[in-house]
Design a protein around this ligand. Structure first.
Ligand SMILES: Cc1cc2nc3c(=O)[nH]c(=O)nc-3n(C[C@H](O)[C@H](O)[C@H](O)COP(=O)(O)O)c2cc1C
Length: 180
């Protein structure tokens, strides 16, 4: 698959077969995700691969803020990647002050690039994924015993797609771009 095809055919996949994603396959996806650019090459993004059904169920029951869509997605996924970040480095100077007016906003920026790189790498390897933003990050962090000084940034359930979802609409280029 070339880059154009990979970008164009990636979908948010929310239904998966029962096939379990092997550690080797997960590692090879993360091997590509780690190539994502980061603030001053700080590389603060971390990946916790949860395959313990009891933990996924607990996240499903207690951490999804009652959002039905995500509850259904987690109900039938057997691999959940919890993306986290090490706090206080990305966007900061060594003296602890923010470098720019965006402050710690760059932490989510790096997490976003990493998440999309992860999803494209997964797609290339036949693995479907969906970035989830509607969840309680503190509760998820507690449940997976996230190390001190890290924050959960996104949940990414993964699996072999049960079917390929239709493409979702996009705005036309003319609506998005301006030239000066
Ligand atoms: C930051 C972010 C948060 C998202 N949160 C959720 C979510 O909580 N639940 C969900 O089902 N999809 C979620 N999505 C997936 C979007 O709904 C999806 O990307 C969008 O509808 C476009 O569809 P596509 O990814 O198939 O092109 C999220 C995507 C992003 C980038």
């Amino acid at each position: 698959m070339n880059t154009v095809e990979c970008i164009k055919t990636r979908r948010s996949v929310r239904r998966y077969t029962e096939e379990v994603i092997s550690k080797e396959l997960m590692d090879s996806i993360i091997d590509l995700a780690r190539m994502a650019p980061t603030w001053k090459n700080t590389q603060t993004i971390r990946y916790v691969v949860v395959q313990d059904k009891a933990i996924i169920d607990k996240i499903k029951e207690d951490c999804l803020l009652g959002f039905e869509g995500n509850i259904k997605t987690l109900a039938q996924c057997n691999t959940l990647v919890v993306l986290s970040q090490i706090n206080g480095r990305c966007g900061y100077e060594r003296d602890g002050f923010f470098t720019t007016s965006k402050g710690a906003g760059w932490e989510m920026f790096d997490a976003g690039i990493a998440a999309q790189t992860f999803c494209l790498a997964a797609h290339e390897m036949g693995v479907g994924s969906c970035i989830l933003g509607i969840f309680d990050d503190a509760k998820v962090g507690e449940l997976i015993e996230l190390p001190e000084g890290q924050t959960v940034t996104a949940l990414i359930p993964v699996g072999i797609p049960k079917f390929i979802p239709d493409p979702t609409p996009r705005k036309e280029v003319e609506e998005l771009v301006s030239y000066k």
